[in-house]
Design a protein around this ligand. Structure first.
Ligand code: CTP
Length: 482
């Protein structure tokens, strides 16, 4: 304990302003009044920060966690990144830490290849020297003082100078200024993401924990640091839900109240759709579980896209089936845009015009809005169908669009037809072409197209197995033609 205190002191001396973070706990049960909100967003960066501290939900109670023994078991590549970065920081006489999800996952013993590094000095020269030592592609953003290094081993390093963020309006992109480390931590989303792993040799193997983040990791709790967190950045609502479901964590009582409040009072009209979609893409990269659906019933997150989507009871059945189909088809190497497909299940009533401004590709827009467009086909699929008719009905639909019909349909015959199409017909092609027919003596002209189509139809019906049989069938047709 004594050693810990000493260590903290050594680190603190370097953390300018540590004592001046004027945190004041305020009950989140009292809703944020609109005059308080406008005063907050109209204020200057410094005052906005003070306002956040004055509406803090955490205590500044620093602790050090010793990890050096566990670090012996880390993968060599990770230790190498840590050591090289730490030594370089020592040379540049600055501090360098790993923070965010990587440290959280470290305590949870979960693998993570995305490292967020925060340094307390000039990043531009540092990142160049670091990339030189580690190898890999790197980039630096002069405006935001952030950078990235991609290593060939699959590790991705995001680097930033410690900074404060200032939000001109709720949901607007933050403006960024350099700041000390504590301020940098205080602007973050959840306490579990505010842990700092020291990289420099003199602090090797230690985690600095200012806001009881490690205890929250242990208890499985997501806690925001101040009352304006979800209003400053509403995409944190989606991040929070992703973390809660993915890690099996729960929202702390006050955080839950603030999340609900943000969904009720925040104005999402200026929120960037691409930022929301980026978070949704991450959320729907993983399977949609009943737990996630229940959360979405409680927290209507599509409001961030200005959509009112009811999470219907039948969605539980649809997602159960969808996840089983996805597993089945992915095992068979079908190439499926899973996040879009999962999202399309929710957007069953959405038309293309409603999502045109989202900045997605034409194909992605089509997939997202496909059920409202294609649901009319379902009634025509509810009977025994000749394969040629079936292909005609589903012509031009992507695998995603067909799987969507499959999970929405819920009925036996329709399902049979759709599955037969996906597994047997969608990829069936003929192996002969117009040149083969010309070699048999046919002149270029409409007959060629007609005969190829007849061959294709025969193949769809399973009457032809291979190129030899196709050629023989075409020859018979040509003879009949003559
Ligand atoms: N962050 C934040 N608000 C956001 C996005 C990110 O406060 N809207 C902070 C979080 O503290 C996060 C850090 O920035 O830990 C880095 O962001 P990112 O790399 O996107 O997240 P990870 O830490 O990697 O978390 P995860 O593994 O959950 O994606």
């Amino acid at each position: 304990m004594e050693i810990q205190r000493k260590l903290l002191k050594t680190h603190y001396r370097k953390l300018k302003g540590i004592k001046s973070l004027p945190l004041k706990n305020v009950s989140p049960e009292i809703p944020i009044r609109s005059d308080l909100l406008s005063a907050y967003y109209d204020s200057k960066p410094y005052h906005q920060c003070l306002n956040r501290y004055g509406n803090s939900l955490v205590d500044l109670r620093p602790e050090i966690i010793g990890l050096s023994r566990e670090m012996n078991n880390f993968p060599r590549e990770v230790i190498n990144i840590f050591r090289v970065t730490g030594k370089l920081a020592e040379k540049y006489q600055i501090e360098a830490y790993v923070t965010g999800g990587f440290v959280r996952d470290l305590l949870l013993r979960r693998n993570n290849k995305d490292l967020d590094l925060v340094i307390t000095g000039d990043l531009e020269n540092f990142i160049r020297a670091l990339a030189d030592r580690l190898g890999g592609e790197w980039s630096y953003n002069r405006e935001f003082h952030t950078g990235n290094i991609q290593l060939s081993t699959g590790f991705n390093l995001d680097l930033a100078e410690s900074r404060r963020e200032y939000y001109p309006r709720s949901g607007a992109l933050p403006e960024v200024e350099p700041a000390d480390l504590l301020e940098d931590l205080f602007r973050r989303d959840f306490t579990v993401n505010t842990l700092l792993l020291v990289l420099k040799p003199d602090g090797w193997g230690r985690i600095l924990d200012f806001f009881q983040g490690s205890k929250d990791v242990e208890r499985g709790l997501l806690r925001v640091l101040h009352r304006f967190s979800f209003l400053d950045d509403p995409t944190r609502i989606i991040r929070g839900i992703r973390l809660a479901v993915g890690l099996g964590f729960a929202f702390a009582r006050e955080t839950k109240a603030l999340l609900k409040e943000a969904l009720t009072v925040a104005d999402f009209s200026i929120l960037s759709t691409s930022r929301v979609l980026k978070e949704l893409r991450l959320l729907f990269a993983d399977r949609v579980t009943p737990g996630l659906l229940r959360m979405m019933q409680e927290f209507p997150l599509f409001k961030l896209l200005n959509l009112e989507i009811e999470i219907k009871a039948d969605f539980f059945r649809q997602f159960k089936e969808l996840e089983a189909y996805l597993e089945y088809f992915q095992e068979k190497n079908y190439n499926i845009k899973v996040w879009l497909l999962r999202m399309a299940v929710f957007l069953e009533d959405i038309h293309k015009q409603e999502i045109e401004e989202w900045g997605l590709s034409a194909l992605n827009q089509r997939i997202l809005s496909s059920y409202a467009r294609n649901r009319g086909i379902l009634s025509r699929l509810n009977r025994e169908l000749d394969p040629v008719e079936l292909v005609k009905l589903l012509k031009g639909l992507t695998t995603e669009e067909i799987i969507l019909l499959l999970v929405k349909s819920g009925k036996g015959k329709i399902k049979e037809n759709l599955l037969y199409h996906l597994e047997e017909l969608a990829d069936r092609e003929i192996e002969i072409n117009g040149f083969d027919l010309q070699e048999m003596g046919l002149k270029p002209g409409p007959e060629i197209k007609d005969i190829l189509q007849k061959v294709y139809h025969a193949k769809l019906r399973g009457e032809l197995k291979n190129r030899r049989e196709e050629l023989a069938f075409a020859e018979k047709l040509i003879k009949r033609w003559e």
